[in-house]
Design a protein around this ligand. Structure first.
Ligand code: AHG
Ligand code: MN
Ligand code: MN
Length: 334
């Protein structure tokens, strides 16, 4: 029988590879794993208890907040606060970043950015949702008051990032910059176990993923690329949870697009805690991610926590093809 490698064992084994001599990043990743298990438990029993449905409020981005959004946000914060390995958090569900004030947290080097529950519109209908996280080192000195600037770091500065997908099974996928590994939750032992080592995204695939309902609201060059996807008989898949849509592409290849629309001229997805962590993972698996201005997502300057970005992400050949189409069809005639 092959030996089961749990997430905790794997993280500890790889501690040296990400120069985490003090073990702080290791413990922080474990805290996120624990929060993932707690959120998973709640997502699974959501239909049985009074935790489904809208919360009645809207977050800073104007999205209707679901009760499970609030729960997931609180659980992540609780786990990270009590773990003491990060000094602050920026979240989709927090208007402003928060600082932890207990001594151990204040003295830690790391900050976490997160979308505690991605794909909330799927919750009430038993469709997959996820959690996205990114970990940065703070720029200011440990022990001093955390500043807004500490969160305004480019994706290239990410120390680690990952997601948990609460799907037909629950899987945690993460990277610390040395490849990508996936761990499936074995509910019988309550552990994430290494199930998908060294994930490599296919060079190209048969899927494209975009909200085609907005087709007429996209720029002409993006419409031409979507036409091409359709002409090539690619299969359209769109779950409405970026984590789930990109997870498919990680294994089967394809491209995920969220372009600018009239309603969202800068795109809908948030750069800091949605686009950047997912782009780090996809790049680490051999894929590419750029915005519709053809700039690499991970190089984009971040000027505020809830900043939005357009995104095209996935198999490298398909992102390159999107780039060619955009260049060709947006060329201004002379
Ligand atoms: P969230 O639930 O965290 O607000 O994110 C939802 C996001 C993303 O996961 C998904 O791809 C997209 O919004 C769906 O938006 P549309 O309904 O506009 O297609
Ligand atoms: Mn989201
Ligand atoms: Mn969310």
């Amino acid at each position: 029988m092959n030996k089961i490698v749990t997430l905790d064992e794997f993280i500890i084994q790889n501690q040296e590879m990400h120069q985490d001599a003090g073990g702080h990043l290791t413990r922080l990743l474990r805290d996120i794993g624990i929060a993932g298990k707690i959120i998973n438990r709640e997502v699974n029993k959501a239909g049985l208890v009074n935790i489904l449905g809208i919360d009645g409020s809207a977050n800073i981005s104007g999205d209707e907040v679901q009760k499970l959004d609030v729960f997931s946000n609180e659980k992540m914060i609780e786990c990270l606060r009590s773990g003491g390995q990060c000094c602050g958090i920026a979240s989709e569900e927090l208007d402003e970043f928060i600082r932890f004030t207990n001594k151990q947290s204040m003295n830690s080097d790391y900050i976490v950015v997160m979308d505690p529950l991605d794909g909330s519109s799927n919750i009430d209908v038993n469709v997959s949702v996820g959690t996205i996280f990114g970990i940065y080192k703070r720029k200011s000195k440990a022990g001093t008051k955390l500043k807004a600037d500490d969160f305004l770091q480019k994706g290239t500065d990410l120390v680690a990032s990952g997601y948990v997908l609460y799907g037909t099974s629950t899987i945690l996928v993460y990277t610390t910059g040395n490849g990508v590994n996936g761990f499936t939750l074995d509910p019988t032992i309550g552990e994430f176990c290494l199930s998908h080592p060294d994930i490599k995204i296919p060079q190209r695939g048969n899927y494209y993923s975009v909200n085609q309902g907005y087709y007429l609201k996209f720029d002409v060059e993006m419409r031409r690329f979507i036409d091409e996807c359709s002409d090539m008989n690619l299969r359209l898949r769109y779950i409405g949870s970026m984590v789930s849509d990109i997870h498919r592409i990680m294994f089967q290849g394809g491209i995920f697009l969220y372009p600018n629309t009239r309603k969202y001229p800068e795109g809908k997805l948030r750069l800091l805690y949605e686009c950047n962590p997912m782009s780090m993972i996809v790049e680490q698996a051999g894929g590419k991610a750029m915005n519709c201005r053809l700039e690499r997502i991970l190089d984009l300057p971040v000027s505020h926590v809830h900043q939005r970005s357009t995104i095209a992400i996935g198999s490298p050949d398909m992102v390159d093809e999107m780039k060619t189409f955009v260049q060709r069809y947006s060329a201004v005639p002379v």
